[in-house]
Write a protein that binds this ligand. Structure first.
Ligand code: GTP
Ligand code: MG
Length: 242
């Protein structure tokens, strides 16, 4: 079995709750309400993954599945500058696919196998995992079908993470109905989309929320090797930071 590794987040607080960073060979999920920094975090990680190993990176290329149309190369350029990486090179090392619906999203992920087989890729980002599934399967009667397809899709990604020694980061939203959240959620009253199917697929789950002022808070919810600790962070031009 290949040796798994962790990609540093560039934030000391984040790294400390994650025992060094986001782990390869598995699926990591970050979820939380709008504007809490999920998209900014994965942009930061797309640069971190490229850094030399002695700087916490993985010296690898990055694949992005963008289902919300929120990927911004100009943000990558700004974050790259913070870490002394050539901004153009940073973007050249990132391949981005725009997922138009859930079937297309699955095809895009399957199509990455050839790239991953080169051994050059270390990180796969999906921002966000559920957005297409939610719009494609709207009726209550379609839920079982949705969850079955979603399960197959996630199983495929789990196998890819293991086979190619890749860190997978899924961005996820939370249920907007506060009543439902209060009934089913954990301590923070926020329930991620995707139900048990996504819950089982994610090895590590991180809940993001707004804190005081500009401050944001990340909390490890479910991890085999990290305690349920919290980290505070801010969003800067150079990405997420302490
Ligand atoms: P949704 O996708 O809407 O669920 O939200 P999200 O969790 O993905 O939020 P996102 O990562 O897009 O974070 C939005 C926040 O990042 C806003 O508060 C912005 O002000 C902040 N932000 C975005 N770009 C920059 C930037 O270049 N500099 C700074 N300082 N903040 C930024
Ligand atoms: Mg976002």
């Amino acid at each position: 079995r290949k040796k798994c590794f962790r990609i540093s987040t560039g934030s000391k607080q984040w790294d400390s709750i994650l025992a060094g960073g986001f782990q390869s060979c598995s699926i990591n999920e970050v979820y939380g309400e709008f504007r809490c920094g999920k998209t900014q975090l994965v942009h930061t990680m797309a640069v971190m993954a490229q850094l030399p190993k002695d700087q916490g990176g993985a010296e690898g290329r990055v694949a992005v599945i963008d289902s919300e149309g929120t990927w911004r190369p100009e943000r990558i350029a700004q974050i790259a500058e913070r870490f002394g990486v050539d901004p153009e090179l940073a973007n050249e090392n990132i391949v981005v696919g725009r997922a138009l619906n859930s079937e297309h999203q699955h095809e895009l992920v399957c199509g990455l196998s050839e790239r991953f087989a080169t051994g050059e890729y270390r990180l796969l980002i999906v921002d966000s995992i559920m957005c297409n599934w939610r719009t494609d399967y709207t009726g209550r009667g379609e839920l079982a079908d949705r969850q079955q397809r979603l399960g197959q899709h996630l199983k495929h990604m789990t196998l890819m993470a293991e086979e190619f020694n890749i860190t997978i980061m899924l961005v996820n939203q939370v249920q907007s109905d506060p009543g439902a959240s209060a009934l089913f959620a954990g301590a923070d009253g926020r329930k991620p989309l995707g139900g048990h199917v996504l819950g089982h697929a994610s090895t590590t789950r991180i809940l993001l929320r707004k804190g005081r002022g500009e401050e944001r808070v990340a909390k490890v919810i479910d991890s085999p090797d990290c305690a349920e600790k919290e980290a505070t962070y801010i969003i800067t031009t150079g990405g997420i930071n302490d």
